[in-house]
Design a binder for this molecule. Structure first.
Ligand code: AMP
Ligand code: ZN
Length: 114
């Protein structure tokens, strides 16, 4: 989608601190980190939110989640633990309308979020 920020990052027309890339996914550090580790994992293909995936997207969803756990492990979060978040829609606090998982850790994260 031509006016989508994360499509532009996936297309390398906007720079990002990319830490993983494969044919279907990209992981890059959040520009406004809310924790010592705060990385976003996205599908390269434009998908607005997790609600826009269907049965045919099971391999993509599995890939995204495996990339999240790889990012967490590579960033040293396997033992202390981490949080995966997919903000969805207005009440979910989604501000960028391209599916992304937040991988967050490196400090104790309170629960529930505000
Ligand atoms: P959400 O509020 O769940 O939609 O998350 C969007 C996230 O994208 C926020 O944590 C932003 O800080 C992050 N973000 C916005 N612009 C950029 C960018 N150019 N590069 C990296 N992260 C970004
Ligand atoms: Zn997009």
């Amino acid at each position: 989608m031509s006016n989508c920020l994360f499509c532009k990052i996936a297309g390398k027309t906007i720079p990002a601190m990319i830490i993983h890339e494969d044919d279907q996914t990209l992981a890059f550090d959040d520009i406004h980190p809310q924790a010592p580790v705060h990385t976003l994992v996205i599908p390269k293909r434009h998908v607005t939110s997790i609600q826009d995936l269907d049965e045919s997207d099971q391999p993509l969803l599995a890939r995204l989640l495996l990339v999240c756990t790889k990012v967490a492990k590579d960033k040293g979060l396997a033992d202390p633990g981490f949080r995966l978040v997919a903000n969805t829609g207005r009440d979910g606090g989604q501000t960028v309308l391209h599916l992304h998982f937040h991988v967050m850790g490196g400090r104790h994260l309170g629960w529930p979020p505000g």
